[in-house]
Ligand binder design. Structure first.
Ligand SMILES: [Zn+2]
Length: 418
């Protein structure tokens, strides 16, 4: 639907609600009248209007790989186990399923405000270049909704002649960014040399999965800095994860960050994965009580919000669903854990407060929440939008989305068509 005006919206730095007039794909200053394009008015109803979000690092070809059958299986909780699990699960789905899941991932990203993304495309001998073609087709298909910038990503390493040939072929096929994953190879320096040689040959930027470890002695940051400077690639190299930085003492951490800055190397932090797969030092450093172990021991456990937006909880927002979701991340919960966490914000705290039973069973008090997901059991994992709240059978909150009006011109043109 063409939008000719975003009405009653608050922009960054703006004093108050105003209208944004759009014309031919651009925001106009609204001063000069523009020819009506027959679009609709998007009523923000006094809400904020922000620049569209950009995702610097995402994988579409392994999106939604945890199928129903895997929900309660052992969950990979370190990097090697995750790589192995993805390879195993990938082998169970068809290319068309990968395509459907990638489409679904783009839909979810767009629905979350993402307008562009750098997408790592797996290049490895068992699949050859089929994922390259899939992503190129997908990028074209979704171009009007989300720009996909594709990275050739050798997840299984570059130790074999075939793997190196395929990465080169992927670049020859037109992928604009060369990726790398040196930590999967026994000779990470050789992996880096191969990646940087390809970057030089194609004049392409580099985007590395790097230092996804708790052990700073395994860091390759210095090796990447050296190659970046040697080839004059300052400003064109990106590293993702770099969790070794979190394990450094403050002086060495500062020195490493200074090196990255001086070499113009970008750092992409990936907390969903970094919190889940890294941070395995002992004693545990997450400073969150062990919820799942307490539940398994038979303890009644509630998750609560504690504070809102103050020095005790600067990011506290009053949302129990968000609190439980964050607990799931920190506890490395799988689907079973997420299901259990739903109890920590419903039945368990009700019992702590000594309230009568509430819920959806006959006889329960009708205190209910409507959320935007088809899977109530996984509400904590999905962290959906709350659509409505019912207290004792009465609607006490209802989410109201942006309203789409036809403009006068739009109605006219629709009338003409009908
Ligand atoms: Zn990645």
């Amino acid at each position: 639907v063409l939008i000719e005006r975003v009405a009653d919206a608050i922009a960054l730095g703006g004093a108050g609600p105003r209208d944004l007039v759009l014309h031919e794909g651009h925001v106009t200053d609204g001063a000069a009248p523009v020819a009506a394009e027959g679009g609709a008015v998007l009523d923000a109803a006094g809400g904020a209007v922000l620049p569209g979000f950009v995702d610097a690092h995402v994988h579409l070809d392994k999106a939604f790989l945890l199928a129903d059958a895997e929900r309660d299986g052992p969950l990979a909780a370190d990097l090697t186990a995750a790589i192995d699990a993805v390879a195993r699960l990938r082998a169970t789905v068809s290319l068309e399923q990968v395509r459907a899941s990638a489409r679904r991932a783009v839909d979810a990203m767009v629905a979350s405000g993402t307008v562009a993304a750098r997408v790592h495309v797996e290049i490895e001998p068992s699949t050859g270049l089929e994922l390259v073609a899939l992503h190129q087709e997908l990028a074209e298909e979704v171009a009007d909704r989300c720009l996909l910038q594709l990275v050739a990503f050798p997840q299984q390493g570059l130790a074999t002649t075939e793997a190196r040939r395929l990465l080169g072929a992927a670049m020859d096929a037109g992928l604009p960014v060369v990726g790398g994953c040196p930590y999967v190879d026994d000779d990470p320096a050789a992996h880096l040399d191969e990646v940087f040689a390809l970057a030089e040959h194609h004049g392409a930027p580099v985007d590395l999965h790097l230092d996804f470890s708790d052990d700073p002695s395994r860091s390759l940051l210095r090796a990447v800095v050296e190659r970046t400077v040697a080839l004059g690639l300052q400003g064109r190299v990106t590293v993702g994860h770099a969790t070794t930085l979190a394990a450094l003492d403050p002086d060495r951490q500062r020195a490493a960050l200074d090196q990255l800055a001086a070499a113009g190397i970008a750092l992409v932090v990936l907390p969903f994965s970094d919190l889940h797969l890294a941070g395995h030092g002992e004693p545990g450093t997450r400073s969150v009580a062990p919820i799942e172990r307490a539940l398994a021991a038979g303890v009644r456990v509630a998750v609560a919000t504690n504070n809102l937006a103050n020095p005790f909880a600067p990011s506290g927002n009053g949302s129990l669903l968000h609190a439980a979701w964050l607990a799931a991340v920190v506890q490395r919960s799988g689907s079973a854990g997420a299901r259990a966490l739903l109890g920590t914000i419903t039945s368990a705290p009700a019992a702590v407060l000594g309230l009568e039973r509430h819920g959806t069973e006959p006889g329960d008090a009708a205190h209910l929440v409507l959320v935007d997901t088809p899977d109530p059991e996984l509400a904590v994992a999905r962290c959906p939008t709350v659509l409505a709240t019912v207290r004792a059978g009465r609607l006490v909150h209802r989410a109201v989305g942006p309203v789409l009006h036809a403009s006068t011109a739009g109605l006219d043109s629709m009338d003409r068509r009908s």
